[in-house]
Design a protein around this ligand. Structure first.
Ligand code: FAD
Length: 269
């Protein structure tokens, strides 16, 4: 939609250019920004003009994903196993046009429960790198960055620069399960498992307002997994919106979590 109140547009080409003037808002892919009225926004500052590399290798074999990396680019990053990134990109159920514009940073900064780039980066032990207005940097684990539905740990003047994913987490086996009310509906419950040497690490999103991460013994029984997930997510609170009632999401989540745990429990690390 047209943002009728916007009078200025400029590309940010260096860190100083990211300093926002009154009424200005950062623009990444614009897929959310242009999807609803923004009466308080009178100027746009285009982050993509920073021309950051979509991803860079880290010394430990991990990946530094730029905030401006699009969902489409994220699919084709050099993952040891590309399946998980592809399934998370598909979980967003965007058309190819939206996928090629929507960015990883925009997805994290919106902090929606169904943010599948949040799920992907939380499940892979990601750390958000924030540029602070004093020229410094602040780092926050992804599950702590998203604090509630639509609420993130982004302070005034801060810019999400990148998400770093450590090499060891990228090389571990993973499993993915997702539930939605309809085949092409928005995610209502999404569970990703990562098989670490001594634990199965489950990351729950979509059915809870912020990511819930719990490490369980690989030998845990199905009943123990269901109880642990119900307790951890229940303590956070189940999320409800037109894409699913809380009790249905709770039932789906514990079912999916038990499936993910059973799948990874069979993998020899
Ligand atoms: C058809 C369709 C389906 C969608 N489905 C989903 C879905 O299933 N799940 C979901 O979570 N979202 C969904 N969205 C919402 C949204 O498009 C995505 O979350 C997308 O990833 C947002 O990224 P963007 O780059 O377009 O952000 P933009 O719209 O450019 O920006 C979003 C917000 O984040 C801020 N921002 C962006 N980047 C940064 C940064 N690096 N640092 C600080 N602030 C920043 C902007 O100022 C703005 O307030 C959907 C949108 C559409 C149109």
């Amino acid at each position: 939609m047209d943002l009728a109140w916007v009078e200025t547009y400029r590309g940010a080409r260096d860190r100083d250019g990211l300093r926002l003037r009154p009424g200005e808002r950062l623009l990444a892919g614009g897929t959310w920004l242009f999807s609803e009225p923004q009466p308080a926004v009178t100027g746009l500052v285009d982050l993509t003009a920073m021309a950051w590399k979509a991803w860079e290798p880290l010394p430990d074999g991990g990946l530094r994903m730029a905030a401006t990396c699009t969902v489409q680019q994220a699919r084709s990053a050099p993952w040891p196993d590309p399946a998980l990134a592809g399934r998370c990109a598909d979980a967003l159920l965007m058309s190819f046009k939206v996928q090629s514009a929507a960015t990883l940073g925009g997805n994290l900064c919106l902090g929606l429960p169904a943010g599948a780039m949040v799920a992907l980066t939380a499940a892979l032990a990601g750390e958000v790198v924030l540029w602070t207005p004093d020229g410094g940097e602040r780092r926050v684990p992804v599950p702590g960055f998203v604090r509630d539905a639509g609420v993130v740990d982004l302070r005034p003047g801060e810019v999400l620069r990148a998400v770093e994913l450590p090499g060891p987490a990228l090389r571990r086996p993973t499993a993915f399960r997702r539930a939605a009310l309809t085949d092409h509906g928005r995610s209502a419950a999404l569970v990703i498992g990562r098989r670490d040497p001594d634990a199965v690490v489950l990351t729950v999103t979509a059915s809870v307002p912020r990511p819930v991460v719990l490490a369980l013994p690989p030998t845990a029984t199905g009943a123990a997994v269901r109880d642990a997930v119900a307790d951890a997510c229940g303590a956070t609170g189940w999320f409800a919106d037109p894409h699913g009632a809380a009790d249905w999401r709770a039932a789906q989540t514990v079912r999916l979590a038990a499936e993910v745990h059973a799948e990874l429990g069979e993998v020899v690390p």
